[in-house]
Design a protein around this ligand. Structure first.
Ligand code: ZN
Length: 161
């Protein structure tokens, strides 16, 4: 049996006018923002799901229910920190993550280093382990119509003990 485990995460949030837009742990300046029970940070959510999946520890909704008032409006970075604690308790450590955010606008390229730095700090891993990519969907579908934002993540983790 290998010491490596792989996991995958996918998430979608609606975008609405005038909402705060949190992505990759930082606030994005934009006239729309993602909505959800928490701060609706779709990138942090897929990272949590991929890491939990890799450790076969269910998903973010299982650990932090969207019906639980404790998590209303919560900073998703707190959930990510807890997820890292869950896998480290099982003697897993992060190998790397690779993510793709699907968003029509704004362009994320210049914001990615700040997201990487923020997430590395929260997860207590080097920034070099966190890949963030962005794509549009060529104006097709709910992402193309700017009705929503989607993200994908794969995570590799390994046993330390
Ligand atoms: Zn979410």
């Amino acid at each position: 049996m290998s010491n490596f485990r792989i996991g995958f995460g996918y998430d979608v949030h609606r975008l609405e006018e005038g909402e705060e837009f949190w992505l990759g742990g930082i606030r994005i300046p934009y006239h729309k923002g993602a909505v959800g029970h928490s701060d609706a940070d779709v990138l942090v959510h897929v990272i949590c799901d991929a890491i939990l999946g890799a450790a076969n520890k269910r998903d973010i909704g299982y650990h932090f229910s969207d019906r639980d008032p404790r998590y209303k409006g919560i900073d998703s970075k707190i959930l990510l920190k807890e997820v890292m604690g869950i896998i480290r308790k099982e003697s897993f450590e992060l190998g790397n993550i690779d993510t793709t955010v699907c968003l029509e606008s704004p362009k994320l390229s210049s914001l990615i280093p700040a997201m990487q730095q923020c997430l590395a700090e929260v997860m207590e891993v080097p920034e070099s382990l966190i890949s963030i990519k962005a794509t549009t969907t060529e104006q097709l579908g709910f992402v193309g119509r700017e009705e929503g934002i989607a993200a994908h993540c794969v995570a590799l983790i390994y046993k330390t003990g």
